[in-house]
Design a protein around this ligand. Structure first.
Ligand SMILES: *Cc1c(COP(=O)(O)O)cnc(C)c1O
Length: 227
């Protein structure tokens, strides 16, 4: 068994365990293997082990990898900073964009998706850590972003993404995740399509599962640390 296959199995085991602890169903959780900076052969190994969702944080890297791999059942997730002028590079490939928090990004995604006759799923990234370098909108901006998505035919808003502060303080991490879930609950009444919560990385995904995460973005625990 390859190291990647082994790591995937370990994470699968731990997700299953945490689902039991939190009274959740495994089927409602998507594991995204974050393959940024990693070579194609590692994605191929993970694919062979059954992994189908992959995350990248640079647009040209996502484009290149998507075009290089012959598989047609991979779902690509863009999880990093969105430069509006580069959205054109991923529009033909990406299925989910987790890091949307500006009107002009939404408009550009819509325009480029239309050119490829596609609909792209987006998550609104909310800054739940209070750290400006993490990106995301303020809580007060969510409503107007959601309202705007209603006018866009090639964008489907599906939920929220957030990153907790990088800290050992588990209660602080849990509080951030709880806050994001609270925001989801609040907006669900008017937007029943907001079923997804993208939260949890290698260091905090079990906490995120306990707080209702439906999309885990896990990189180093699967592919090894990045240099
Ligand atoms: C890199 C990255 C991840 C994965 O981080 P790991 O700690 O390697 O699991 C998750 N989310 C985002 C937004 C990232 O940039």
């Amino acid at each position: 068994m390859s190291a990647i296959t082994e790591q995937l199995a370990k994470i699968e085991e731990s997700i299953t365990q945490q689902c039991i602890v939190s009274g959740r169903l495994r089927e409602e959780i998507t594991l995204i293997a974050v393959s940024k900076t990693k070579p194609l052969y590692m994605i191929q190994e993970a694919y062979t082990a059954g992994q189908r969702h992959f995350g990248e944080n640079r647009m040209q890297e996502l484009q290149k990898k998507a075009e290089s791999l012959e598989y047609n059942d991979i779902q690509w997730h863009m999880i990093g900073t969105l430069q509006t002028n580069k959205i054109k590079f991923i529009a033909a490939h990406v299925h989910w964009i987790h890091s949307v928090f500006k009107l002009k990004q939404l408009n550009e995604i819509n325009k480029r998706a239309a050119q490829h006759n596609r609909v792209i799923n987006v998550l609104i990234q909310v800054n739940i850590s209070g750290e400006p370098q993490k990106g995301g909108c303020e809580v007060s901006e969510i409503s107007s972003l959601l309202k705007h998505t209603r006018t866009l035919e090639h964008v489907l808003v599906r939920g929220f993404m957030g990153m907790a502060k990088f800290t050992d303080d588990h209660s602080e991490i849990s509080n951030s995740f709880e806050q994001l879930r609270g925001l989801q609950q609040q907006h669900l009444t008017h937007h029943p399509e907001l079923t997804e919560l993208s939260m949890g990385m290698s260091n905090d995904y079990t906490l995120a599962l306990g707080k209702g995460s439906t999309m885990l973005r896990i990189g180093s625990s699967i592919f090894g640390s990045r240099t």
